[in-house]
Design a protein around this ligand. Structure first.
Ligand code: B12
Ligand code: SF4
Ligand code: SF4
Length: 400
């Protein structure tokens, strides 16, 4: 009988699966040429505007694994699903605007928003980084020598999607999300650059075919062409990364999203058959799928930190989240939210006040109009005054 030892590649992949990664592929440490060219072009066209750190220099580094680690020979690309048990019960693509009946924490009385699925559990950076380190620690025993590695999970200059595509982990959807054959697009992508020479996998021969669902359904028209997202229009950018005011003309299109957006993934046919993930850390926290909105306006810095400890949502910061909550309440349009918005207009930071004024203008009614007029009396911040005046004008136009 021949002694058929599994290949190093197979042993490495088994080790990754044992540690909880759902998909794994291998690619070379060669430059991601198409991706570098395309990303640099996007920066020049202004399609990455708003992300100050996303420069042409950054693009050059994130598409050249050898610049990140000169001894690099291969990139091991992995994906971890964040789709959780709860997800299969929720009908997420429906525009629910009241607290989630799947969610035992929701009282179901007040208007509710939506948080993108990836952010309903624990912060993936910490969870996955720990696993990546355990994985890297095992490599020397697999190859029988010391191994140099650098690990990435959305936390450094590495083009995660380009690596996943070339390593055969998934293919680029027209939404720009990587679609995997087993877990759809509901995956985090992560990479280990190593100095081990490994046999690379091939990219998958799959495409979206003639489907254009995500392009049609994107609420803000942010997918401006297949494989091209205009960052400044994407709800994910507007609700997570943007620090200042949300452009007035985009607010009505945001619907009830208060952190991230899943529309282009919810409508994607590939996701219909996506398997659930295995990580308990990514199970949805109670009240995170459809959070009741008005209580979020009452959070101070300490209660915000407490509620969103170890959650991706803390990235928006308290004022960013409250800004988003005002927009969602304006879009839902329930007059029951007016008292909370009026209190916000009276007492919050200027950024949040501006969006509370907009929301009151959308909700309308006598109380909202009175609160807006009162605000003009005492308000000194010029930007807030302008928003209040615009909202009063919108109210007047609505009465015509
Ligand atoms: C910047 C960024 C954003 C920005 C910009 C989004 C964007 N499309 O680039 C914002 C804040 C908007 C964002 C939003 C989201 N993000 Co984000 N983001 C990133 C980050 C940090 C860099 C991505 C990047 O370089 N973009 C630049 C552009 C140029 O690249 P691209 O849009 O992917 O376009 C590529 C394709 O167009 C391809 N291409 C070009 N021409 C052609 C032609 C053909 C035929 C093909 C096949 C391909 C192709 O080349 C381009 C360059 O690689 C990565 C992490 C990382 N370090 O890689 C996470 C990352 C891409 N984000 C992620 C996630 C989960 C999201 C959201 C789903 C979160 C949410 N629910 O709100 C949304 C999805 C929005 C969307 N439709 O893309 C995951 C994606 C997982 C996956 N399955 O793909 C990543 C990989 C983080 C991670 N490590 O898991 N994100
Ligand atoms: S995340 Fe939302 S806004 Fe951004 S491209 Fe997808 S559907 Fe459009
Ligand atoms: S919705 Fe259709 S076009 Fe968009 S990523 Fe999914 S399969 Fe591709």
């Amino acid at each position: 009988m021949r002694d058929e030892k599994p290949s190093v590649e197979l042993t490495i992949k088994q080790c990754a699966l044992e540690l909880g990664f759902d998909l794994v592929g291998i690619t070379t440490a060669e430059r991601f040429e198409r991706d570098e060219r395309v990303a640099a072009e996007r920066v020049r066209l202004g399609l990455m505007d708003g992300l100050a750190w996303y420069t042409e220099e950054r693009v050059a580094r994130m598409n050249r694994p050898r610049e990140l680690m000169p001894e690099a020979r291969s990139v091991i690309s992995m994906a971890v699903s964040y789709s959780s048990e709860t997800a299969s019960r929720a009908q997420d693509s429906q525009n629910r605007t009241y607290a989630d009946h799947d969610d035992p924490a929701a009282s179901g009385v007040g208007p509710a928003g939506r948080i993108a699925r990836y952010a309903r559990g624990d912060d993936y950076h910490a969870v996955i980084k720990k696993r990546l380190k355990s994985f890297a620690d095992r490599l020397p025993s697999v190859v029988g020598r010391p191994v140099r590695t650098r690990v990435f999970v959305d936390d450094g200059p590495m083009n995660d999607r380009a690596a996943a595509e070339r390593a055969g982990v998934g293919w680029f959807g027209k939404s720009t999300n990587i679609l995997t054959p087993t877990h759809g697009s509901w995956v985090f992508l992560c990479q280990v650059i190593t100095d081990i020479d490994l046999q690379p996998d091939s990219a998958l021969k799959k495409t979206c075919g003639t489907c254009v669902r995500c392009i049609i359904d994107c609420p803000t028209g942010a997918i401006v062409a297949p494989y091209t997202v205009d960052n400044g229009k994407c709800i994910s950018y507007l609700t997570i990364e943007l620090r200042g005011p949300i452009p007035r003309e985009l607010r009505a299109m945001i619907g009830s999203w208060v952190f991230g957006c899943d529309v282009c993934q919810d409508v994607c046919p590939v996701n219909r058959k996506a398997r659930l993930g295995r990580q308990p850390e990514f199970a949805w926290r109670s009240g995170f799928a459809a959070p009741e909105l008005t209580p979020l306006l009452e959070l101070d810095d300490e209660s915000f930190r407490e509620k969103f400890r170890n959650s991706p949502v803390k990235r928006a910061k308290r004022t960013g989240l409250q800004r988003n909550v005002c927009v969602a309440l304006g879009n839902i349009g329930d007059p029951a939210a007016a008292p909370a918005l009026i209190a916000t207009l009276e007492g919050a930071e200027p950024l949040v006040k501006r969006h509370a004024a907009w929301a009151l203008g959308r909700i309308g009614g006598e109380d909202a109009a009175r609160a807006l007029r009162d605000a003009l009396d005492g308000e000194r911040d010029a930007e807030v005054r302008l928003e209040v005046e615009q909202s009063l004008a919108d109210l007047r136009d609505g009465e015509l």
